[in-house]
Write a new protein. Structure first.
Length: 263
């Protein structure tokens, strides 16, 4: 069995995944345009939202730690859409991807490896925002273990959402198209509980938040910071991640299959 047709459990497949992931991670320091916005944007939204809404929300909902409440929103603003999709576009435009397809490397590993690198990168990017929360006085009720679960959940969200930019990159080979993929996320985050608790929403916005998977992801992340271990909220967060992944990941792998067939 060649590496090209190896099953996912085959050692050659795992070797190819780790090789591609390693290349993706090593290239991150050479792409500050990927990392820097993912650190600056969360801090910007965090401080702006605290300045604009903290007194208002805490006055209406006594006892709410609004700073801890805002941390998951800030993290998702920073890490959603972070991926190596632009690197895929570069590989397409330079012909590097075509050269890879002439080797016995497993085709599936080309995408899975990049997603592994994204998973690691997103988890790493979540940590500075959590540290920022500590610096401004937020208290994390589940302690270090809860923070680990928070970071993993964030990484899983970043992983499944990355399916959208990868699908666009592989279908179009166009960097501008990939850069617009973040627009997909804007309704996800603004039509939800990003800025105020569910009980403060009303009308159509409350209904939209009920239907939005990010609402349940935020609830799970916030439970780890503010409420303690809440199995129902954590299960809801995992279900939200899975729901998005059921849409995004098939799109990405189908796009890879089409690109391989075209090559």
């Amino acid at each position: 069995m060649t590496a090209q047709h190896a099953a996912p459990h085959d050692p050659s497949f795992l070797h190819d995944v780790l090789t591609v992931a390693g290349r993706g991670l090593r290239s991150i320091p050479r792409d500050p345009e990927v990392v820097v916005p993912s650190l600056v944007v969360p801090a910007f939204f965090f401080f702006v939202n605290i300045g604009a809404f903290e007194q208002l929300v805490e006055a209406g909902l006594g006892g709410l730690d609004f700073r801890a409440f805002q941390i998951p929103s800030a993290v998702l603003f920073g890490v959603t859409g972070v991926s190596r999709a632009n690197a895929v576009v570069t590989d397409i435009q330079t012909g590097y991807l075509d050269r890879l397809l002439m080797t016995p490397v497993n085709r599936l590993a080309l995408l899975v490896g990049l997603m592994v690198a994204d998973f690691v990168m997103v988890m790493a990017l979540a940590v500075p925002v959590l540290l920022l929360g500590v610096l401004v006085g937020a208290e994390y009720t589940t302690g270090p273990l809860g923070i680990v679960v928070f970071v993993i959940l964030t990484g899983l969200w970043g992983l499944v959402f990355a399916g959208f930019p990868y699908a666009i990159a592989l279908r179009t080979g166009n960097p501008a198209a990939v850069n617009t993929s973040f627009i997909i996320f804007l309704p996800f985050l603004f039509l939800t509980t990003a800025f105020a608790p569910k009980e403060a929403l009303s009308g159509w916005l409350s209904t939209a938040a009920d239907l939005n998977p990010v609402t349940y992801l935020l609830a799970g992340l916030r439970s780890l910071l503010m409420e303690g271990w809440r199995p129902a909220e954590l299960a809801g967060a995992l279900a939200a991640v899975a729901a998005v992944g059921l849409v995004s990941l098939p799109l990405a792998f189908l796009a890879l299959r089409a690109r391989v067939a075209r090559g």
